[in-house]
Structure formats: C-alpha cells, structure tokens
Design a protein. Structure first.
Length: 214
C-alpha cells in the first residue's frame, strides 16, 4: 500500500538536507580537501552523461550519511557528480546525527530509521519520484567493494570494535585506523570502484526510466 505524504511535508523532509557545498562545511580543512579532490577525480562515462543529461523523469535523491566513515568520503562525491549531470535530479545530504523524523515519513513503511539506523551501514541513497514515492535505494558501497573491505576488517579487528563504542577509550587508535582505511579505500576507488559505483546507480536510474516508460 502506498502512503501519500502531503507535498509540503515532503518538501520539508527534502530541504532539511544539505547541498554538497553546504555539507562540506561540516568538516575541517583536511576532510574538505579530500571531498573536493575525490569530486574532481570522478569521471563519468559519455553514455552515463548522455543518459543523465536527457533523463526525462524527475527524481529526488536523499543521501543519508555518517560523517565519520570513510565510505562517505568515497561515495558522496560520486553521487554528487551524477546528480548534477541531470537537470531533473535534485540531491540533498542528510547526516545521521540530524533529526530524521521527516525523512522517516518518506521512506518505505517497512523501514523505521529510528530503529534500524544502528544496524545499517551508511551512506544510503534513497530515490523518490516527483510524487515523493520511494522508488529505489542503494548503499552503502558497490558490491565489488565488499570482499576487499571484509579482508581489511579481518586484518584490523579493532576497527569495528572502536567504531561501535559511544565514547572510545583510545580515540587516537581509532583516528589512525580511519585514516588507514580511508587511504586504502581511496586506492580502491581510484582503481575500479568509482566505475562500479556509477554502474550500480545508473542501473537503478535506467530501470526507473524503463518502468516509467511502460
């Protein structure tokens, strides 16, 4: 059953998020520079550019992110690049530290963000149509990244333990591990994961266009 959300309420849920430039201001110079460099490094294929530039369907994207995870630094610039290539796609970024009650009214009724947020990996992309019905979701990373990440986590068992602590007793160790994982992920994405990420999101975009055409 589709639950119809009042238009003004849906707009509020969307505009409560930030643009890419606004979101970058959350960070210090080092992380802002990395986001900017990652953004500059993203290359989108000619086919994907053509598809997005002529995309006939209005879509609203909300990227729910965690500010302190390397995945956000890798994925957010890619999603931003794709969204800005289409005049019919609008993107907002929402931190998991923000009030998510408005977004919770938009996502599928099977999902309660207040209950599942601690159990899902971020970032997570929610895609809505012009009537604010959720059409798709994606995240937190391309499938090709999973095995590599699992191998890294196995060789760095303290990372997940420290990330799970509300107030870690060893913030320096956690900061070092985050820096190591970020550097490793950057190599992966510069290699082939950026393309994998773009391909997966474009597959969703193309599927939605085909469904709408039918």
């Amino acid at each position: 059953m589709t639950i119809h959300i009042p238009y003004n309420e849906a707009i509020f849920a969307f505009t409560a998020g930030e643009t890419f430039r606004e979101y970058m201001l959350r960070f210090g110079p080092t992380q802002r520079l990395m986001l900017s460099q990652r953004y500059d490094a993203v290359r989108v294929s000619t086919d994907a550019q053509s598809t997005l530039s002529t995309y006939p369907v209005w879509l609203y994207w909300v990227l729910l992110v965690s500010d302190d995870t390397p995945d956000t630094l890798m994925v957010l610039p890619i999603v931003q690049r794709l969204a800005e290539l289409s005049p019919r796609i609008d993107l907002r970024i929402l931190s998991d530290e923000a009030d998510l009650s408005a977004l919770n009214t938009l996502v599928d009724e099977e999902i309660d963000l207040a209950e599942v947020l601690a159990d899902i990996d971020l970032p997570h992309l929610f895609i809505f149509d012009e009537e604010w019905n959720q059409q798709a979701q994606w995240g937190p990373r391309p499938e090709a990244a999973e095995e590599r990440l699992e191998q890294w986590l196995t060789s760095h068992p303290d990372y997940e333990h420290l990330m799970a602590e509300d107030d870690t007793e060893d913030p320096d160790q956690l900061e070092q591990l985050i820096a190591e994982l970020t550097a490793q992920m950057r190599l992966w994405y510069n290699d082939d994961l950026t393309v994998a990420c773009i391909d997966e999101i474009m597959a969703l975009v193309n599927e939605l266009n085909n469904d709408d055409a039918e």
